[in-house]
Design a protein around this ligand. Structure first.
Ligand SMILES: Nc1ncnc2c1ncn2[C@@H]1O[C@H](COP(=O)(O)OP(=O)(O)OP(=O)(O)O)[C@@H](O)[C@H]1O
Ligand SMILES: O=P(O)(O)OC[C@H]1O[C@H](OP(=O)(O)OP(=O)(O)O)[C@H](O)[C@@H]1O
Ligand SMILES: [Mg+2]
Length: 282
């Protein structure tokens, strides 16, 4: 089983970090290597450019891949199945034009030129709307093109909006919302190893923003404590040998920890421990 991971750029570190937290550690990931082993002898990492990963997975160079939805859409490969939103690399593809120009709507671009690193997505966007544009493919610094008469508008990635603002460009329309996904080739989706990888990554995401609470509770306060503790099929309750107290463990949303602890103290809980959770396999 081969998993394609971005070899550099902004997606590399978070992808490797997520694999790590899922327990799928890369064991010989020296820089500039094409392949690396993981702690699972059946799983090899293939490092590739984010833009090439959809094709590598579709063609069988890898079986699953981690890359942006924008890259998968642009590649046009229909053998890919989106298995899991990995919740990083969130961005939008937008149509944007100079703030002080004449282009204010999508229709204003009829007969015009749009520069982009995403020619397929862009062509499809305008074709669906019946608007005729020339698409100029560029490989970077797209935001510059409307100011040097290469294009009337651009389709490009934005997240904070800083780059558009710095280049005096205004958003005209949303083209695509993207985030990084785990993709698999259609014919391997049901493989046990693919499902194990999906579950391991999902368990990291499920644990994010959750805390594990442990406390001692007098047995007669147990009903009140169970009422205070929300979710996750109720708390786990364990007898403590030689004591009238019981130990109670529960998973709590991080945002609810402060209030929950105050409420727990009020109904008689003591020795409350709060810990982080690495993974949560449901
Ligand atoms: N500003 C951004 N915010 C969030 N995600 C982004 C942003 N820019 C790009 N991405 C996501 O990262 C993916 C890879 O981006 P890109 O191919 O530009 O690589 P990079 O990390 O910028 O490295 P390089 O451009 O140096 O190769 C994009 O397809 C998109 O999914
Ligand atoms: O809305 P913002 O937060 O400003 O992000 C948008 C910018 O981020 C990406 O560029 P990147 O930083 O990856 O540089 P690159 O052009 O070298 O890929 C993208 O191509 C935009 O230019
Ligand atoms: Mg980039």
């Amino acid at each position: 089983m081969r998993i394609a991971v971005p070899n550099k750029g902004r997606l590399h570190d978070p992808a490797i970090d997520l694999l790590d937290r899922a327990g799928l550690h890369v064991v010989d990931g020296a820089d500039r290597k094409l392949y690396a082993q993981t702690v699972d002898p059946d799983v090899t990492v293939l490092y590739a450019r984010a833009a090439d990963i959809p094709e590598y997975v579709a063609d069988g160079a890898a079986d699953v891949g981690i890359t942006g939805l924008d890259q998968a859409r642009e590649s046009g490969t229909d053998e890919l199945v989106d298995l899991l939103d990995l919740e990083f690399g969130a961005c939008r593809l937008v149509l944007a034009a100079p703030e002080d120009g004449d282009i204010e709507t999508v229709a204003d671009l009829d007969g015009g030129t749009v520069a982009t690193e995403f020619p397929n997505i862009t062509r499809e966007f305008f074709a669906e709307r019946g608007i005729d544009v020339d698409v100029a493919e560029v490989s970077g610094a797209t935001e510059l093109t409307p100011h040097v008469d290469i294009a009337d508008a651009i389709v490009d990635i934005t997240s904070t909006g800083t780059t558009l603002r710095m280049n005096r460009l205004a958003e005209i329309a949303d083209v695509l919302e993207s985030s990084v996904r785990l993709f698999a080739r259609e014919d391997v989706v049901d493989d046990e190893k693919v499902q194990q990888i999906r579950m391991a990554l999902e368990s990291v995401l499920s644990a994010e923003g959750k805390r594990y609470l442990m406390m001692n509770v007098p047995e007669d306060a147990l009903d009140d404590v169970e009422e205070v503790l929300p979710g996750m099929g109720g708390p786990t309750v364990m007898d403590i040998a030689g004591s009238d107290d019981v130990a109670v463990h529960a998973v709590v949303d991080e945002r609810e920890v402060f209030e929950t602890i105050n409420a727990l103290k009020e109904v008689g809980a003591s020795d409350v421990l709060v810990t982080e959770i690495e993974r949560l396999v449901e």
